[in-house]
Design a protein around this ligand. Sequence first.
Ligand SMILES: Nc1ncnc2c1ncn2[C@@H]1O[C@H](COP(=O)(O)OP(=O)(O)O)[C@@H](O)[C@H]1O
Ligand SMILES: [Mg+2]
Length: 228
Amino acid sequence: MTQPSIAHPLVALRDVHLNLASLAGEVNVLRGLDLEVRDGETLGVVGPSGSGKSTLLMVMSGLERPTSGSIMVAGCDLAGMGEDDLARFRRDHVGIVFQSFHLIPTMTALENVAVPLELAGRPDGFEAAAEALERVGLKARLDHYPGQLSGGEQQRVALARACVTRPKLLLADEPTGNLDGANGRAIMDMLFDLNRRLGTTLVLVTHDDGLAARCGRLVRVEDGRIRT
Ligand SMILES: Nc1ncnc2c1ncn2[C@@H]1O[C@H](COP(=O)(O)OP(=O)(O)O)[C@@H](O)[C@H]1O
Ligand SMILES: [Mg+2]
């Protein structure tokens, strides 16, 4: 009998190239990157600064279009999709925690976390958002604006926002980067708990050895491709 999850990985990147224009000329950010991620896997992505890790998450979520190559995620061919379809694809399948959080400054923590639920038309948006913030230890910060929160607290709001829709694929860029030991461990526990309970596939860019050690598999990015 065939194993569908092996024949059809949740994520498949084939020979992905991304060239970006910069003041110094064109930069070849991704240079023939191949990667498969199985459904339900926990994948750690490591590698030196500037090697393309954040960019890899951007192309995997359809936020950045590759110059060439194919990107299949959850049965969707991202290269062939328009902006509206890509936005719907992200809404339905992907949670993203950016390195710089990207919280909306004029919205409270609660409102920030409720945004993806409102976009999905969920009537219980604010209750679910409050629960998600409680899980990351921010029950007492629901009505704070991002500017009134520490870096670590903003990171936890961003995580709550990414997890609240229970996405199939959760992409996180240095999710414990701004957190001290206890908060970092609590966030890790939350991520791996999502994986265990709901089968959420995790792709975590990290420099944190403790976090990397908990991932089922590690890949290393060097010079815009996966080092094999
Ligand atoms: N918008 C951009 N324009 C030009 N170069 C970029 C842009 N974004 C990233 N880069 C370059 O791409 C390379 C990889 O960046 P990034 O994916 O952020 O690396 P990492 O997350 O591994 O530190 C870096 O050399 C960076 O300077
Ligand atoms: Mg980065």
